[in-house]
Design a protein around this ligand. Structure first.
Ligand SMILES: Nc1nc2c(ncn2[C@@H]2O[C@H](COP(=O)(O)OP(=O)(O)OP(=O)(O)O)[C@@H](O)[C@H]2O)c(=O)[nH]1
Ligand SMILES: [Zn+2]
Length: 337
């Protein structure tokens, strides 16, 4: 058999399989439309995606119950945190019929480097740092740049304050500077009772995501925020050995002690911010530069040594902190390295 003939035959088989699949999907849609019309599903209600497993979803209903739902065939790309309209079916399961508009989307690059949404409707990104390991130069700025690019409000969380010297140390002073820029700063310790009091207040009634470098205490914080969930995750992973409930995607948790604040978490999400940046994103990520950027003499000013540079003038006049400006330049230089 010639190579060409073989590939044509293979192509024919692939097309046949695809056609059958489409026919089945169409039939399934038609059946579902009939069932919906026949009132076999309950009234439309609001819900939120807790997790998804292929075409099957776990949805949190308005009264807080978790419901296993499937998706209508025309609905694609739902992610954890999406708000949806769903209808109750038989035997405690349901069908998701629509997604409502997203306030925000958190994306991460996939293996091919394409940005993929991983969580929706996130209100704040909690960037966790620690007294130990102390953040290396520029790290806070890099996280803030990445956060500003998403449009989701960043919050700086300084953990392990039990290790902080009494005068607050250099790190304490550094964080005051960010506070002056308008970024909320929350201090935490998992090593002392009530060490999370300020964090609980920050989490209340919002949807949050924790990010930060290894060893800063993200797992320790989340374990304290979700004491019962930790047990439940253990139970789930036991399940997953039998082949059910496996997911590497993000999961949504409700924190009763934080006035029903919501946490979305996954190992991948925690690594947010460590991706490649481009020059425009870096410049846009320094919020205190914004009032000056359009006032440089040259429209394509690179803010290096150009005459009439409004940014350099602002640094000179003490309106921009010289260390933030130095950090800006170092990050830009690292892009071209
Ligand atoms: N002194 C002190 N140690 C802490 C505190 N929080 C966490 N630790 C310790 O810091 C170490 C790292 O904590 P983890 O919670 O594993 O940090 P992580 O950010 O989840 O790290 P990765 O899993 O590598 O991303 C552990 O030995 C914790 O016991 C704290 O508030 N104070
Ligand atoms: Zn300039």
């Amino acid at each position: 058999m010639s190579k060409r003939k073989l590939s044509r035959q293979q192509r024919w088989r692939v097309e046949k399989i695809q056609a059958e699949r489409e026919k089945r999907a169409a039939k399934h849609d038609a059946q579902e439309a009939e069932q919906l019309a026949a009132g076999e599903y309950g009234a439309e209600q609001a819900g939120r995606v807790i997790a998804h497993f292929g075409r099957s979803l776990e949805v949190r209903s308005a009264n807080g119950a978790a419901v296993r739902c499937h998706l209508r065939a025309n609905l694609e790309g739902l992610v954890t945190g999406d708000t949806v309209i769903w209808r109750e079916g038989q035997e405690g399961s349901g069908v998701v019929v629509a997604r409502t508009e997203r306030d925000s989307v958190l994306s991460r690059p996939d293996a091919q480097g394409r940005l993929k949404p991983v969580a929706a409707n996130v209100d704040q990104l909690l960037i966790v740092f620690a007294v130990e390991p102390s953040p290396h130069a520029n790290l806070i700025d890099r996280y803030l740049i990445a956060a500003e690019a998403t449009g989701i409000a960043p919050v700086l969380v300084l953990n392990k304050v039990d290790l902080l010297p009494d005068d607050g140390g250099e790190l304490g002073q550094l964080l005051e500077r960010y506070q002056a820029l308008g970024y909320p700063v929350v201090r935490t310790t998992t090593a002392q009772p009530d060490g999370l009091a300020a964090l609980y207040r920050q989490l209340a009634e919002r949807t949050s995501v924790f990010v930060g470098q290894s060893g800063v205490g993200k797992s320790s914080l989340i374990d304290q925020l979700l004491p019962e969930e930790t047990l439940r995750i253990g139970a789930l992973s036991e399940d997953s050995r039998k082949g059910t409930h496996t997911t590497t995607t993000a999961r949504l948790y409700t924190m009763p002690d934080a006035r029903d604040g919501v946490l979305i978490d996954s190992p991948g999400i925690r690594e947010f911010g460590l991706t490649h940046l481009d020059a425009q994103t870096v410049t846009d990520g320094f919020i205190e530069f914004r009032p000056f950027l359009s006032h440089c003499r040259f429209r394509d000013c690179r803010h290096q040594a150009e005459p009439g540079c409004a940014l350099l003038a602002a640094v000179e006049a003490g309106k921009i902190h010289p260390q933030r400006f130095a950090s800006y330049r170092r990050i830009l230089a690292s892009l071209n390295a």
